[in-house]
Design a protein around this ligand. Structure first.
Ligand code: SF4
Length: 386
């Protein structure tokens, strides 16, 4: 089958809300690659891809999309990419991952496209414009194009360049702000200051692009958590991004910060401490109209989400409800959440059988290995997702 040979390059990660987007790799890896908490590209070297190479990939993705629709016609589904068509492709080991990803994208019909990898605004403006224009012409059905970038890179782009990039077809930029507190930014080697985050964020918005800022509760550890929460919220108050995305810190062994954890120079916040930190963060957000999301699996309370200012009290209510649980209920909730059974504290009362099973598991582990054993179990469960 000719379509099985259709291959194009895709990078290793995308934001959680881009899980159903068409993924195209525009640069490889991260040009900075020094953030202590980040394991993603550490052994990889950054490289630009040529416009010709990226355009070839876009052409190949187009061919794959057309092949899949033709397959649907052959199977009798009139071009619709439905369950049967997707199953046909996924059950055949001959199809490439990239090809399958196009089938999934057509199946979900989001119209969204995410440009990988870590910092695509680093491309020369004419090159990025050429890629975006070609993408929009080749895939007229695309409704939104998003990419990652760094504040340090954005402040080096003029407003005029960003407007050209927006006019060529980029809609949204995700920025890993992580913190708005300079000592934390310095400690984690983000390579950017709070002031640069503000300047970059404002310029993206002024250029008419949507801005999504990622923040990382826990990055201040136990020594700087308060300043981290308050100063990060204050920086966001000045930017007023369209989206604030919460992604709580976890430290896999392959992240450089793991060494600090082991030598005692960094102490992680516990889950309960993190909840208190996020409460302070939400309480300090003020005068903004951003949408907050906690859709990352690392977050304990994914219901801390909504639009400012109207949903502020609802978000704080979710936190208060967790904090009002007894110690054993909080432990059961944490095990249920990290095990993938719970997504809300309401789940504790929704399914008594599941509650009973988790309670028995917690009891068994704590009798055998003590409270530390339960904490280890929770850590193992959550770290599966990293
Ligand atoms: S800029 Fe982003 S991808 Fe690069 S090292 Fe930092 S967190 Fe990782």
């Amino acid at each position: 089958m000719t379509e099985k040979k259709l291959l194009f390059e895709q990078g290793p990660i995308r934001p959680p809300n881009e899980a159903r987007s068409l993924l195209l790799r525009v640069t490889r890896n991260c040009p900075w690659n020094q953030c202590l908490f980040c394991p993603v590209y550490k052994k990889e070297k950054f490289s630009l891809r040529s416009t010709g190479e990226v355009k070839d990939d876009i052409r190949t993705a187009r061919e794959a999309a057309d092949d899949i629709k033709a397959l649907s016609w052959r199977l009798g589904y009139s071009g619709s990419v439905n369950n049967e068509v997707v199953r046909y492709i996924f059950e055949d080991p001959g199809y490439s991952e990239a090809y399958r990803s196009i089938a999934a994208w057509l199946y979900y019909g989001t119209g969204a496209c995410f440009l990988q990898d870590a910092d695509n605004l680093i491309l020369r403006t004419p090159d990025l414009v050429e890629i975006l224009e070609f993408l929009r012409k080749t895939f007229p059905e695309i409704t939104r194009v998003t990419t990652y970038s760094r504040s340090r890179t954005i402040v080096r782009k003029s407003l005029e360049s960003l407007i050209r990039i927006r006019n060529a077809g980029l809609d949204r930029v995700h920025v890993g702000m992580e913190s708005g507190y300079n000592p934390v930014l310095k400690f984690i080697r983000k390579g950017v200051t709070a002031e640069q985050h503000i300047e970059a964020g404002k310029r993206i918005i002024e250029a008419g692009l949507e801005l999504s800022e990622y923040v990382m509760p826990g990055l201040g550890g136990q020594s700087m958590w308060k300043e981290h929460a308050v100063e990060t919220a204050k920086v966001l108050n000045q930017i007023n991004p369209h989206f604030i995305r919460i992604r709580s810190l976890r430290i896999p062994e392959r992240a450089p910060l793991f060494r600090n954890l082991k030598d005692g120079s960094f102490s992680m916040q516990t889950d309960d401490m993190l909840v208190e930190e996020i409460r302070l963060f939400i309480e300090t957000l003020d005068g903004i109209s951003s949408t907050v999301t906690s859709d990352h699996i690392m977050n304990l309370l994914e219901e801390v989400s909504g639009k400012f200012p109207e949903d502020r009290d609802k978000m704080l209510g979710v936190i208060k409800k967790y904090q009002g649980l007894s110690e054993s209920e909080r432990l059961i909730y944490r095990v249920g959440r990290r095990g993938g059974l719970y997504s809300s504290t309401d789940d504790l009362t929704r399914d008594p059988a599941a509650f009973g099973k988790i309670e028995a598991l917690v009891q068994e582990v704590s009798e055998k290995d003590g409270v530390d054993g339960v904490e280890r179990l929770i850590a193992q469960m959550v770290d599966r997702y990293i």
